[in-house]
Design a binder for this molecule. Sequence first.
Ligand code: ZN
Length: 220
Amino acid sequence: MASKVVVVLSGGQDSTTCLYWALDRFGVDNVLALTFDYGQRHRIELDCAANVAQHARVAHTTLPIDTFLALGGNALTDAGIAVDEAPGNALPNTFVPGRNLIFLTFAAAFAWQRDIVDLVTGVAQTDYSGYPDCRRDTIDELEKTLGLGMQREFKIHTPLMNLSKKETVEMARDLGALDAMALTHTCYNGLRPPCGECPACRLRAKGFLEAGIADPLESI
Ligand code: ZN
């Protein structure tokens, strides 16, 4: 029996590309998509994740984690804070401390219960590497810690880790994920069609522009 894999699916461009990477590598019957409802201001992300999973015909589970909402203090869970780019080397206020660490820990617990060791996350340390929990060295240490703590040799796959946004778009094209891109959500301001001006929108637009591919989202 082929091994199964858990993909952390946020409903965005990167995690959707990772979902198709997993489909290609593990086969549609072996992919489980997992989404976290962490109190994100833009609930549209949860609908997008469900739509992407349905489009890809994979099993999909959404788990609630509302502690980040109670913590507040960042622009993704706190409606009183506007998205702002970081001055100098500071972290942008869209950084949710601990988010990826918690996501991957719960993803590992979810996988453990199902005898699964392979996890996939769409983090990348290139282009937009303001988030320290997106770096491979963080992931390596977490993989080790989860393996020790759950006595299971987890493998955390990060297929986008060293890719630029342009290369991620090209990968999505090569994996046949462009149709699904129309269902994704990227905008930090929660707008659909996207605002085109927030850091997330600008980065997405740059990737598609450099790849010479029209963003399917814009044709909606
Ligand atoms: Zn935007």
